[in-house]
Design a protein around this ligand. Structure first.
Ligand code: ZN
Length: 210
């Protein structure tokens, strides 16, 4: 916590948790200068940005606060808090990066969930859309043959196709991919929303457009 260890914002005592989740990794929506969503970061990084003056905290009414004013706000039951020497500090849900004017940039993590979203829960070999539990992640070039865990080597496939293909490449198995897998180019606010498991209601006003 080097950057947060000032006199004013020292994380004291055990890490606060909410529903078993470390409060410092809660997602915080970052807005650029024009209030367009840029990305989602962690509460930990958000506090660093807020404390350092690179960003203002935005409340649910759209009002902005610098660190000094933000820490004066009382904790409400709905808030997540970080314990500091001077009391509890609200974890902001939204931050405004006043000097950042670049366009949204979304880092899409390589996860099962995002692969499912990219491939639209559809087997990339037979085009069927069975129930979730009948869908697997398939290595196009099998791992045993040097295939990597990468966006362009992983596809969603149904159990049947997965078994049929076995440890072969699609060519060897006489199977054809619906489309060449690649990293999704998700850039719109809606996709930020989609990629995040539990978006906060405070994000809604900024994610509507686009
Ligand atoms: Zn299939």
């Amino acid at each position: 916590m080097g950057m947060l260890s000032s006199r004013n914002v020292q994380i004291s005592g055990p890490r606060p948790h909410k529903n078993g989740r470390d409060v410092l990794v809660l997602p915080v929506l970052l807005l650029n200068r024009f209030f367009a969503p840029v990305s989602v970061t962690t509460a930990r990084r958000a506090m660093v940005l807020l404390f350092g003056g690179a960003a203002l905290a935005v409340d649910e009414d759209g009002s902005t606060y610098d660190f000094g004013r933000w820490r004066e706000l009382p904790m409400r039951s709905r808030d997540d808090g970080i314990s500091t020497i001077t009391g509890s500090l609200r974890v902001p849900r939204v931050l405004h990066l006043q000097r950042y004017d670049r366009a949204p940039h979304v880092v899409v993590r390589l996860t099962r969930r995002n692969l499912m979203l990219r491939d639209e829960h559809q087997c990339q070999y037979c085009a069927k859309k069975p129930s979730l539990r009948d869908l697997n992640i398939d290595h196009v070039v099998p791992r045993s043959r040097g295939g990597l865990d990468s966006w362009d080597n992983l596809v969603i496939s149904c159990r049947t196709c997965n078994l049929k293909k076995g440890r072969r490449t699609p060519d060897e198995a006489g199977m054809r991919l619906l489309r060449m897998p690649q990293k999704p180019r998700w850039t719109t606010p809606a996709q930020i929303l989609m990629a995040e498991r539990e978006p906060f209601s405070e994000w809604q006003p900024y994610l509507k457009a686009g």
